[in-house]
Ligand binder design. Structure first.
Ligand code: GLV
Ligand code: GLV
Length: 334
């Protein structure tokens, strides 16, 4: 069975043939319309979840470009099947074998910049929710277990006067620093290079080596991409160097953190809490995580606002248009 349906049945003979673009998930309506006006788009028959790898491979054999999600594994076999371009509907590109894409001459694009504020908002929300036990408190109220105001009930940690450590100081990390400044936090960051001096001054942010960074951060928020260098960056040795009771926030990728080491640190109380939007092997969740105290878990919602998903989609369309017009797409990933 052909695993896709055509979204545009009105092919006019006199018009040039439109590039066949396979889109692995249903996208916001204006994005769908834009795709239909410029391309010959195809979608899976159903949209009950991520496309099966075999269906993605079959689709790749019959299209000029793929629009993929961060849940799609775009491996060497998919890339070799024939698409000339892969437009990822995400900022992260860790789901794509970039080395194989380069070797096979397949152009890859992503959607940077448009999800910066949405992701920083969510990270800051997780920080507040975790530091102030908001979700735990909500459960207490709903369970009818609240016996009234108490002088020692669910004491959390103040943000102001404390230090937020940001790992990865790109656009999202910097947007997090802006929010932190407004809440009276001191900001330090760990990154491969120094940020622009004017920006560092404006945000009052100082770069540190990871060891020193971990020792002085009350809260640690992860904002780096997942690459071979950042995979398992926060391992058991990193957790042992964190401040006792520190809180970890991760809206980047689960695999930047050694989840077993994080769970050990949570269970021993070394880590005071974790606000997580991403998980190793998501959507499967380690049962230890659900049993751990003071974990706030969100289902990978970093970019999940109507405005942002629309902007991401339009960026995907723009990248496809430029590519098929023979230009370098604006968000090409090298
Ligand atoms: C979301 O995680 C993205 O990379 O866009
Ligand atoms: C990533 O793409 C970002 O916007 O920081």
């Amino acid at each position: 069975m052909i695993p896709f349906v055509s979204g545009d049945i009105h092919q006019d003979d006199v018009q040039p043939v439109k590039p066949r673009v396979f889109v692995t998930r249903a996208v916001p309506e204006p994005v769908r319309e834009a795709l239909q006006s410029c391309f010959d788009p195809r979608w899976p028959r159903t949209d009950a979840g991520p496309i099966a790898p075999a269906d993605l491979l079959a689709a790749a054999q019959n299209c000029d470009a793929l629009v993929t999600m961060l849940t799609d594994s775009v491996d060497e076999a998919v890339l070799a099947a024939g698409p000339r371009m892969v437009a990822n509907y995400a900022a992260g590109t860790n789901n794509i074998d970039l080395v194989a894409a380069r070797r096979l001459g397949v152009t890859v694009t992503n959607t940077p910049g448009v999800l910066t504020n949405a992701t920083a908002d969510l990270a800051f929300g997780l920080l507040l929710a975790t530091a102030r036990h908001i979700i735990e408190g909500d459960k207490l109220v709903r369970d009818h277990a609240w016996t009234g105001w108490g002088p020692q009930l669910m004491l959390g940690s103040e943000l102001s006067g404390h230090t937020l450590g940001i790992i990865g100081f790109g656009r999202i990390g910097q947007a997090m620093a802006r929010r932190a400044k407004g809440f009276g936090l001191t900001v330090v960051y760990a990154a491969r290079r120094d940020a622009d001096p004017a920006l560092s001054r404006e945000l009052g942010a100082r770069r540190m080596e990871l060891g020193e960074f971990l020792a002085c951060s009350d809260f640690v928020s992860v904002h780096c991409p997942l690459t071979p260098e950042t995979r398992l960056l926060l391992d058991s040795s990193a957790f042992s160097r964190m401040r006792p009771g520190a809180i970890l926030i991760n809206t980047a990728r689960g695999e930047v953190v050694d989840e077993a080491a994080m769970l050990d640190a949570l269970e021993s109380g070394r880590l005071g809490g974790a606000g997580l939007d991403v998980f190793t092997g998501e959507p499967a969740i380690n049962p230890r995580l659900l049993a751990a105290k003071n974990v706030v878990a969100a289902p990978h919602l970093g970019s999940a606002t109507g405005e942002t998903r629309l902007r991401m989609g339009m960026m995907v369309v723009k990248n496809l248009q430029e590519f098929f017009a023979g230009n370098t797409p604006p968000n090409r990933v090298d």
